[in-house]
Design a protein around this ligand. Sequence first.
Ligand code: BGC
Length: 781
Amino acid sequence: MNSKQPIYPVEPWSVTETAFNMADNYRNETIFSLSNGYIGTRGTFEEGYEFNTDQGLEGNFINGFYESEPIRYGEWNFGFPEHSQTLLNLPNLKTTKVYLDGEWFDMRTGSIEDYRRTLNLREGIVTRSLTWTSPYGKHIRIETTRFVSFVMKNIMVQRIRIIPLDFKGEIGLLSMLDANVENHTRVTNPLIDYGPFGRTLNADKITAINDMLFYAGRTTNSGLKMACGCVHLLTSERTDKCYETEKFRCSVRYTAAGEVTMDKFIAYTSSLDIPDAEFNGYIRWILHEAKQQGFDVLAQKQRDYMTSFWENADVEIDGDDVIQQGIRFNLFHVMQSAGRDGRTGMGAKGLSGEGYEGHYFWDTEIYVLPVLIHTFPNLAKSLLDYRYSTLDAARARARVLGHAQGALYPWRTINGEECSTCVPLGTAQYHINADVAYAFTQYVKITGDTDYLKAKAAEVLCETARVWADVGSFSEARGGKYCICCVTGPDEYSAFVDNNFYTNLMARESLKSAVSALKWLEENDLNAFDALRRKINLQLSEPVLWQSIAGNMYLPRDEKKGVYLPDDGFFLRKPWDDRQIPPEKRHLLYENYHPLFIWRQRMAKQADTILAMFLHSGYFDCEEMSRNYDFYQEFTLHHSSLSTCVFGIAASAIGRTDEAYRYFNDSARMDMDDHHNNVYAGIHAANMAGTWQAIVFGFAGLRINSDPKSPLADGLELSPKLPGRWNGYRFRIFFKGMPLEVSVQKSGCSVRLLDGESLNVILYGEKRRLEKEEILCANIK
Ligand code: BGC
């Protein structure tokens, strides 16, 4: 486990870089990246420094906008995905070069004083300020501000203020649109051998006219089209402006004197949203709207949005500022990265970089969605809407995999189609199907949104259940139990295993959820029940089969040790000896060892069985959880960022709060302190969300209480513990639309229903009905 010294000063509501250092640039581009779930932009500087692929990556993205290439396989098999999907790096409009009487402002030359770049987590705004003395002695103060608007999804805003301190000469501002951009595929995804290599976006139009820089272009292969543009507002008297257009660039150059402030409004859109014939008019219109509202109004709206986000999502920690900063940084990145238009998901790296090609994984459903369902249910719903919108693609994929019915969600995707090229570590991770179903189930349970159950969730549950009912069989070799062979569980250091515990348990629960959803529909809305049956041609014999599979699902177990096994072959594999691997190669097994060498050894990359046990903790008592936790501690290497937060939750559940804290500590500042030395490629969104889970599900012990036969929850359960280093913590969650505040202090804990009628709360095992404004108190146990 990692615990590094904080890289940035410890501040509860911000992250500050106090000195400019090119060597830290690549990492800081991710740390200071901004997004609104639609546009994502890396924290590169306005000056637009040229750097090589080891020093940085200018990155601007539209969620869901990808380029695709035919995948070249050395050996091809039926059903291999044929086309890649890569989040495409788009034209950059952030660059605004500043020159002072012919000298360019460049932080690599001259000297810098009072440098600060701050991500203000409370406001969702990045600012930078510094005093610069040019090589020829000109002295200026520069202040920049940037945000990606949460209220206008197409808009990013920048302000540059230049205050001459001791010179009266000409100040030039050169605002640029640079379309000569390409992905850094090689650097951020070294494991793949397909592109996009080089520039694959082709310009249809590039103009600098009437105060607007405009670009429209199309991808070479995926057929998607996009447009972007910017307009400016200068508050100093302009003396001059001139435009220039080249093949891949256009620019406008303003010349002013004295103090000058330039507000720059940037817009992106794509053919995923509007027809390309409307690009020019739309960009012009949306930029006009943004400019009309102006920087101050949009900045205030940004703050208001963030205020309401924090009101519901903040976790306050009393007595540990280091962790406080980590958790807020994590929550901010999680929230800003989530697709929110119902047709986009959330990348494992959000929109902060090109890592994992911008693909969406199970990270969203198992790590991110539980957080959003409790803190920002509408955002959670949008992410589920995205999965629903790709149900047809999942149906088609199921046919390719030989399932006559049902839907199989892809392991890696952007557009809904499978694009993972490595079968054992990709398509074989069938558990994604149960993960998606789990997220739909949790959403309905926790929000009580039965309209959603009728409209979308039940259909997803039934279609995914059909694949579970087809993928395995009742096997005589396992006493007639239902077995699922040749899958890969979450642990990616074993592959193509039989009866992966996580997969089988999640599949079992997924089948049960489908049955209970149908039963609820039949009892509560016969029209909806009939409509669904007709829509998916559901036979009444199907839920009967699902129930019987669920009742007979095989779960591998070592009776002597009293533990569940990750899969049938676990004890057949060679015992792992960490000492055989030089320390510098330990985190990079796939880069240094053949997959077969890895898969044959008895160890795990990440939480697998323990995760399944936590997600369905109602089935396992504390003793059983403890045994399994001890067993898996020994085998789990935590080489995935998705692992320690889960072990932290498990440790809390069995009362080992100190151990829980150690795991949690590793996860809480993983990206801020760059534990894995790879933040440059983008954030680890799943772990970031896992930190919240480690507090709320871990330390506070939140569980949803429900009858397994009902798709709706009955109440919630809490059994808060207080880590020794903290004086207290406090958070809010939504349950069935009702906000609740949980406060845990040394003097005791309290649960308060802030709004809504009443709800059932079980606090340390004692059940109570909590009325509005009522506070339930208890001593910490
Ligand atoms: C993990 C997967 C995860 C992916 C994206 C891999 O290293 O093993 O579980 O989905 O990263 O975060």
